[in-house]
Design a protein around this ligand. Structure first.
Ligand code: SAM
Ligand code: DTB
Ligand code: SF4
Length: 321
């Protein structure tokens, strides 16, 4: 199967086989192609900075096998109520001071209740008022809910495909792939930017990684942001004992995302805390140009701000302005 040329003018649609062929390229060839596409579309020294906040933690009724916030697993995550708007704005101000451009608020819901959505809309309007880009991830949405979020000033909605359509049922049983695609299309129809990616290291094989990237790149419009997460294996979750991910395999997935979605921001997401500086540097060479910044992700540890400052200085890279 030939590998589609990255230089054709019309955005190519990517099959699982075509992405698998990319993933199987000799590493120097794959990185060269990814870096070439990256430089055609972005300044390779600049990194977009997003900060996460869990606005409603734990107690989630879903059974996502990787997630420390699912009520069904004993992970030690304490379930809380939806945060107050003022407390969220205080966190957003602090994130801005530390260099964040985008503030992403996550809630452990299957889908939001309408009265909670009104509170989240107030948070969005407040964060936007601070001059930050806004992103939320609240689970499944209906069309009218996306319209409300748009009116509140939402810039991005994060909703991940997580893995390939074929592997999905091994990880989550409480909702199906099509539910995710439906939410993504409501978000797109409302004129909100799409942030959509997945997780690597959940026991999937190379074909499933290809399937995830192909599914993302074949959405009617590719996502503007593509978070690539390395599984954070949390004790108590069904995936706690997953085999550690090979760093080179992870870099290959980042490169495939860059080549297949040339204009998207590819975010080096969960799992950076366990990654060496060298592995992260390879991810940036492979076309990653966004990170989650801040000492915490939603409930787990992130690479620290001071470590990131040192890494950026070492690599001569900087936050995008
Ligand atoms: N409840 C909402 C949902 O699932 O859409 C929003 C929050 S949920 C925590 C957002 C995403 O975080 C998931 O889709 C998954 O890709 C990622 N995630 C959760 N736990 C993770 C883990 N242990 N390691 C890596 N990524 C994880
Ligand atoms: C995404 O793709 N990764 C982020 C964000 N979107 C919401 C979440 C990562 C969560 C890691 C596990 C935790 O901290 O609970
Ligand atoms: Fe709930 Fe989201 Fe975690 Fe799934 S990933 S259990 S929906 S919080």
């Amino acid at each position: 199967m030939p590998v589609p040329d990255s230089h054709i003018a019309v955005e190519p649609r990517w099959s699982r086989e075509a992405v698998a062929a990319l993933l199987a390229l000799p590493f120097p060839e794959l990185l060269y192609r990814a870096q070439t596409v990256h430089r055609e579309n972005f300044d390779p020294t600049q990194v977009q900075i997003s900060t996460l906040l869990s606005i409603k933690t734990g107690g989630c009724p879903e059974d996502c096998g990787y997630c420390p916030q699912a009520a069904g697993y004993e992970t030690g995550t304490k379930a809380g109520k939806l945060m107050q708007v003022e407390a969220v704005l205080a966190e957003a101000r602090a994130a801005k001071e530390k260099g964040a451009q985008r503030f992403c608020m996550g809630a452990a819901w299957r889908s939001p209740k309408d009265h909670d959505l009104d509170t989240v809309c107030d948070m969005i309007a407040g964060v936007k008022g601070l001059g930050l880009e806004t992103c939320v991830t609240l689970g499944m949405l209906t069309g009218p809910q996306t319209a409300k979020l748009k009116v509140a000033g939402l810039d991005y909605y994060n909703h991940n495909l997580d893995t390939s359509p074929e592997y999905y049922g091994k990880v989550i049983t409480t909702r199906v792939y099509q539910d995710r695609l439906d939410t993504l299309s409501h978000v797109r129809d409302a004129g909100i930017n799409v942030c959509c990616g997945g997780i690597v290291g959940m026991g999937e094989d190379e074909g499933d990684r290809a399937g995830l990237i192909a599914a993302l790149a074949s959405l009617p419009t590719p996502p503007e942001s593509v978070p690539i997460n390395a599984l954070v294996a949390v004790e108590g979750t069904p995936l706690a004992k997953s085999a550690p991910l090979d760093a080179i395999d992870f870099v290959r997935v980042v490169a495939a995302a860059r080549i297949t979605m040339p204009k998207s921001y590819v975010r080096l997401s969960a799992g950076r805390e366990a990654m060496s500086d060298e592995a992260q540097a390879l991810c940036f060479l492979a076309g990653a140009n966004s990170i989650f910044h801040g000492d915490k992700l939603l409930t787990t540890k992130n690479a620290t701000v001071s470590h990131d400052d040192a890494l950026f200085a070492k690599l001569g890279m900087r936050a995008a302005s």
